[in-house]
Ligand binder design. Structure first.
Ligand SMILES: Nc1ncnc2c1ncn2[C@@H]1O[C@H](COP(=O)(O)OP(=O)(O)OP(=O)(O)O)[C@@H](O)[C@H]1O
Ligand SMILES: [Mg+2]
Length: 355
């Protein structure tokens, strides 16, 4: 079950990362959203390794705790498989096919380019529209994921007594949330290509979106805030939890800024620069007009200006909830810190309200 279709009721967005589970509920009235509930629950080391859910029991228990702490009443959820685990193709098919014929044709064609046994994959497709060169044809986006990536997540949600309704792809969820970021730009028409840079705990991802075509590029690298946490642990003799808290609350010795934080920030700039360079090598004709900086590391003071200096591209912190009302049960202080790290969960929660 990969579900890219339209849903019409609120869904709990559930984001599985290597280090934590995030759950987010949005409410909607008219065209505006409201944050109803949110929680982050840490995962034990080794529970998710290389995007694979290794310890389903521990992840299910963490998800159950997150749901409880968030206070949400939703039972239906939307989740995502990592972008690196999927294969996408755009097929050109006859515009005269009925829905059923289209489905059959997609299966037949998919079998030819998916390097796995067709029984082992979950497939979904979406009609993108008429082919630009030939009006008799339509472009159809086909997304395939190995069944195990989809099924392991479904099993975990069910173990936490949730009903999975949508299994999306991380990049598409981020693309969805990016719509809220674009609305915050005063001059979005002047910025046809934007990038979301997400610097998390262990992974840094770059997503490049064209406002017309959606996601046109994704790439990720092993890099994230965990390296900073580990350096704090080593230098100041703290355990992981102490180091993580000290980092967020700024309770560290005076030499921290210059000798620990500054080298990390430099390293972060190098990593992001490299990821962006890969994009420019692949698409030399394109220019990124705006960067949205997300992930937990976006909360480091001044990091947006630093990235703007290094890249020469305008940088805005990726907070999809700017101007959105928060329900009273959401911890404001914590939410403000975590908002840029909530893009995937946000895009998933939005699935309940739009295609
Ligand atoms: N205020 C802050 N200052 C510095 N670092 C912070 C701050 N808030 C969060 N972080 C760091 O951000 C990281 C978590 O980011 P995020 O929630 O985006 O990661 P994740 O999605 O769980 O992991 P990943 O995407 O790598 O699988 C942690 O290393 C955390 O310490
Ligand atoms: Mg993340």
């Amino acid at each position: 079950m990969l579900g890219l279709g339209k849903k019409h009721h609120a869904l709990l967005g559930v984001d599985f990362s290597a280090a934590a589970i995030k759950v987010l509920e949005l409410g909607r009235s008219g065209s505006s959203y409201r944050v109803e509930s949110f929680a982050v629950e840490p995962l034990p080391d080794g529970a998710v390794v290389d995007k694979e859910c290794r310890d389903a029991g521990a992840i299910g228990a963490a998800l159950e705790r997150a749901v409880k702490r968030s206070g949400t009443r939703l039972k239906h959820c939307a989740m995502a498989v990592p972008s690196s685990t999927i294969i996408t193709r755009t097929l050109r098919l006859s515009s005269k096919l009925s829905e059923a014929e289209l489905e059959g044709q997609v299966s037949v064609e998919a079998d030819q380019y998916i390097p796995y046994n067709i029984e082992d994959v979950s497939i979904d497709f979406q009609v993108l529209g008429q082919n630009a060169a030939n009006p008799e044809l339509i472009d159809v986006l086909v997304v395939a994921s190995r069944r195990e990536h989809v099924e392991s997540r479904i099993a975990i949600a069910e173990a936490a007594r949730l009903t999975p309704e949508v299994v999306d792809v991380e990049a598409y969820a981020v693309d969805h949330a990016t719509r809220l970021l674009l609305e915050q730009l005063p001059d979005r028409e002047a910025k046809p290509i934007v990038a979301v840079v997400d610097v998390g705990s262990q992974v840094t991802s770059v997503y490049v979106m064209s406002q017309d075509q959606g996601v046109i590029y994704t790439r990720e690298q092993d890099f994230g805030g965990r390296l900073l946490t580990e350096e704090i642990m080593r230098r100041y003799d703290m355990d992981m939890q102490q180091a993580g808290n000290a980092k967020i609350h700024g309770e560290l010795p005076p030499d921290y800024a210059a000798s620990v934080l500054e080298p990390f920030k430099q390293n972060m700039m190098d990593q992001v620069q490299r990821l962006l360079q890969y994009f420019y090598v692949t698409r030399p004709q394109d220019t990124i007009d705006q960067i949205f900086l997300g992930g937990g590391c976006a909360a480091i003071a001044g990091i947006d200006e630093m990235l703007e200096d290094v890249t020469g591209t305008p940088v805005m912190i990726a907070n999809p909830f700017r101007g959105m009302p928060l329900a009273r049960r959401v911890n404001q202080q914590r939410f403000l810190n975590d908002a840029p790290a909530t893009l995937t969960a946000c895009g998933l929660a939005m699935r309940g309200f739009s295609g």
